[in-house]
Design a protein around this ligand. Structure first.
Ligand SMILES: Cc1cc2nc3c(=O)[nH]c(=O)nc-3n(C[C@H](O)[C@H](O)[C@H](O)COP(=O)(O)OP(=O)(O)OC[C@H]3O[C@@H](n4cnc5c(N)ncnc54)[C@H](O)[C@@H]3O)c2cc1C
Length: 811
């Protein structure tokens, strides 16, 4: 056993072996994989081997697409047959909402280059003659999709890795991982000790145990999944004898099951409600090739549904059932990337479609380790998208929920109910009593919109304008005409202070940090290539003290990003204030009048201009006032010690009664930020776009000296930009707006994609933000946009169509 390696990969399932393969392929051949038993002895051996390209996530979609392409080439490269059967995959639609989901998905697929076609019920019948058409409205088909033999795939990747010099050690159990003073890792196994620069954890159902070795609470917990393989049937065997093609994979999403041919019979895999999380304390030390006892009763409704669709299934005897563990995360997507709070420790865990994802996950993680950055936007699979709130008890209910919802319709405004409320701001009850319909982000409950009193406080999810549309419109109009109050306690907040604070911050953000006390700057932090990683609002509280605010959902990501670059010479300190500071936003033309009634600070434009902040008292409570907001109106963010929130809230509500003060929610905020062309991380700003492609020119101070990503951005600029940020006026359908990921066309060619869309209630105009071929980005360019499968005219318009001169917010 080697005493030193550049990378140790722990786990010999398909994901770990793919990571090893891709590291070796990128030229890091001094890499070793430790597997406690044999390759594939975890979850990989019993997987059904399906390779579904379908995924609503931009990140996961690209990962799956890469995998399928790689798997097609592996046999030629390694000589190992991987049993790939490109038989196509049909997903049935039985409701109009399901068809909308497929139409929205087809937009995502088109923008990432995945081939998908729509079928009529008759066409389904032609391909799957054993299925009946009852209740079918249509279907989509991925012709490039199919299934593979997971064990053979793993062996092929292992062969490819070994051929490039990588080593695989089986029967090698990792017992301990410790970081040495040098920063290297020491990995202790039953066979000896290996020191290395990087550790990759790809341990499937053992993810939490492996994480615990380095003090990480990894948000992964497996759930049981079953599938049934039947005896062969003469009519299927006859098809083969007659030389007819395999029927392919059939998915009845509304019945929550998949089916394919298997050795002349059928294989059925349901995603049922009530499947239990398992391995709550990790698998046992003896666990290998482990299966649980089957529970077919739990599957009964899905078996009945399968028989209704494919009556022949009812005639088939069960040959074998499999009930194994699938690793899950609360949102069902894997975690691929760096761990938080430790250096050079990487996670490739939580894979519920690991056979499909392994190729792409190994590819991107290897890029990240070797090059320092992934090449695709990995936010959807970022390990740091979860936080401390994801305790093991939380994971149990949330992961069971994620499993049960694999086949439910993934509405853009979907908010799942399990494990809620979990993290609440003090004003939660007050907002609820005023009609708030809540959503959840990073564990926090946030009002999404407000139902009028005496109506149901219930969402109605849809791909189209829904029950909330009218009420969100009223909230926006009230903010435009009067004044609104919004709970933004979920913001990530931190203080960076000390003699080194200013230099440090200037070295990690592209804008000039505020030079005077009480000034605020909007600052973007780039990755090394010059794409946008994080956005911080920075208030200079004092000469050597800075208050940082960033998106709540990115708390762990943003704070970890800063931590990684901080000097260790004691010249600054970092304090997370997220849990101790609450935030209420008041916005609208009456906000000054309202606030002045209850606040001891002079709020006049002269003494409190836009983009400044100071300490004051609101009602009886110490408050930090920041004059800015994300909706483009006169307004202030009130940051306060969290225990005073209700005192401040009550003070404002009673002082604002005659001024039309009413709460508004996140959906109204989103509609208003699009009218101002305000970009968001993960949509308009991402590492896939250079900061200047995202139109951040006025926030990028190339002349200020070096900062992270400056050289990368300049190099990108030299190569030439392929995208330009645009705002679009959409002449779309009466009942729907762009949702993001809508393809944009010029003369029939796809020339860009939207990143967000919404209805601008203040402008009474459907709007979208997007990325477009720069040659077409001039104001006035006429384009077409795909919304839910139909094309509509749209036009490039000037940025910030609502109050372009910012007169209202500077009023
Ligand atoms: C019934 C069933 C059907 C499925 N069907 C599909 C499908 O059709 N398509 C699809 O894409 N996915 C499917 N899956 C999911 C798929 O099986 C998993 O996502 C995938 O196998 C995960 O691979 P992995 O490498 O992450 O984990 P694993 O295969 O579990 O590998 C992890 C490895 O790490 C090793 N390990 C753990 N701890 C240590 C340690 N301390 N030291 C050394 N080694 C260690 C383990 O022994 C194990 O071999 C299915 C799962 C089940 C249960």
């Amino acid at each position: 056993m080697r005493s030193h390696a550049r990378v140790v990969v722990i786990g010999g399932g398909v994901v770990g072996v793919s990571t090893l393969y891709h590291l070796a392929k990128k030229g890091w051949t001094d890499v070793v994989l430790f597997e406690r038993h044999e390759l594939t002895s975890g979850s990989t051996w019993h997987a059904a081997g399906l390779l579904p390209l379908f995924n609503m996530s931009y990140s996961v979609g690209q990962i799956h697409k890469y995998s399928v392409r790689l798997y097609k080439e592996l046999e030629a490269e390694t000589g190992q047959d991987v049993g790939l059967r490109t038989v196509g995959n049909i997903r049935l639609a039985m409701t109009l909402d399901r068809l909308d989901e497929y139409r929205q998905y087809a937009s995502v697929a088109r923008t990432i280059g995945v081939n998908v076609e729509f079928l009529t019920p008759d066409q389904v019948k032609e391909i799957w003659p054993l299925a009946v058409k009852d209740g079918l409205l249509g279907a989509i088909r991925h012709p490039d999709d199919g299934y593979i033999q997971p064990a053979d795939l793993t062996q092929a990747l292992a062969r490819g890795a070994r051929g490039r010099g990588a080593e695989i050690c089986q029967q090698t159990v990792v017992h301990a991982i410790e970081q040495l003073p040098s920063g290297e890792w020491r990995v202790t196994t039953n066979q000896g000790v290996t020191d290395c620069e990087h550790v990759v954890s790809a341990t499937g159902n053992f993810a939490r145990n492996t994480g615990a070795m380095v003090g990480l609470d990894v948000p992964v917990l497996p759930v049981q999944h079953q599938y049934i393989v039947t005896e062969p049937h003469e009519s299927i065997q006859a098809r083969h004898r007659d030389g007819l093609p395999e029927m392919g994979v059939l998915r009845e999403s509304d019945g929550s099951w998949y089916m394919r041919e298997e050795a002349g019979g059928l294989l059925l895999g349901p995603y049922e409600k009530g499947a239990p999380a398992c391995y709550l304390n990790g698998p046992s030390a003896e666990s290998k090739y482990e299966l649980f006892e089957s529970d077919l009763e739990r599957l009964a409704p899905h078996i009945e549904s399968a028989i209704r669709r494919v009556p022949l299934f009812g005639e088939l005897g069960v040959k074998q059932t499999y009930n194994g563990a699938i690793a899950y995360t609360p949102d069902g997507s894997p975690i691929i990337g760096p761990a938080w709070g430790v250096r050079n420790f990487w996670l490739n865990e939580g894979h519920s479609f690991g056979i499909t994802a392994a190729g792409g996950a190994g590819w991107q993680l290897a890029e990240w380790i070797v090059e320092g950055e992934p090449t695709i936007d990995m936010l959807g699979v970022e390990p740091r998208r979860f936080g401390d709130y994801a305790s093991s008890a939380y994971l149990k209910v949330k992961n069971e929920e994620a499993y049960a919802n694999v086949f439910t319709i993934h509405y853009p405004d979907e908010e799942r109910p399990a494990a809620r409320p979990h993290r609440t701001a003090p004003c939660y009850e007050r907002m609820r009593d005023r009609g708030a319909v809540f959503g959840q982000k990073f564990g926090w409950e946030r009002p999404n919109w407000f139902a009028p009193v005496d109506t149901r406080q219930e969402d109605h999810w849809s791909f189209r304008r829904s029950r909330w549309f009218e009420h969100v419109g009223n909230e926006c109009r009230n903010v435009m005409d009067n004044v609104g109050i919004l709970d933004m306690t979920a913001f990530a907040k931190a203080r960076v202070s000390g003699p080194g604070a200013a230099n440090f911050l200037n070295s990690v953000v592209a804008n000039q940090i505020p030079s005077l006390d009480g000034r605020i700057s909007l600052c973007h932090a780039f990755n090394a290539r010059g794409g946008v990683h994080s956005e911080f609002t920075i208030l200079r509280e004092a000469h050597d003290s800075f208050y940082l605010v960033s998106a709540g959902v990115f708390q762990r990501l943003d704070h970890d990003f800063l931590w990684r670059q901080m000097p260790t010479d004691g010249s600054l300190s970092f304090k997370d204030l997220t849990g101790s500071m609450g935030v209420l936003v008041i916005a609208g033309p009456n906000s000054r009048k309202l606030l002045q009634r209850v606040c001891d600070v002079n709020l006049s434009n002269e003494s409190f201009p836009w983009l400044t902040g100071c300490e004051g008292t609101v009602g009886m409570s110490a408050t930090k006032l920041l004059r800015l907001n994300f909706v483009g109106e006169l307004g202030w963010e009130l940051h306060h010690p969290i225990e005073y929130q209700n005192s401040i809230f009550d003070t404002l509500m009673s002082a604002g009664e005659d001024l039309g003060l009413a709460p508004f929610g996140i959906r109204a905020m989103d509609a208003m930020r699009i009218e101002k062309s305000y970009r968001m991380i993960g949509t308009e700003m991402s590492i896939e776009y250079a900061a200047l492609e995202s139109g951040l020119d006025r926030f990028v101070r190339l002349e200020k000296g070096d900062f992270t990503g400056r050289a990368g951005l300049l190099a990108w600029q030299q190569q030439g930009f392929k995208n330009a940020f645009v705002t679009l006026a959409v002449d779309g359908p009466d009942d729907a707006d762009a949702l993001g990921n809508n393809p944009l066309f010029k003369d029939g060619d796809m020339v860009g994609r939207t990143t967000s869309g919404n209805y601008g209630f203040r402008l009474q105009q459907s709007l979208a933000l997007g990325m477009l071929n720069p040659t077409l980005a001039d104001e006035g360019t006429l384009l077409e946009i795909d919304i839910l499968g139909e094309r509509y005219p749209c036009k490039v318009i000037a940025e910030s169509p609502y109050d372009p001169k910012n007169l209202r917010l500077r009023a």
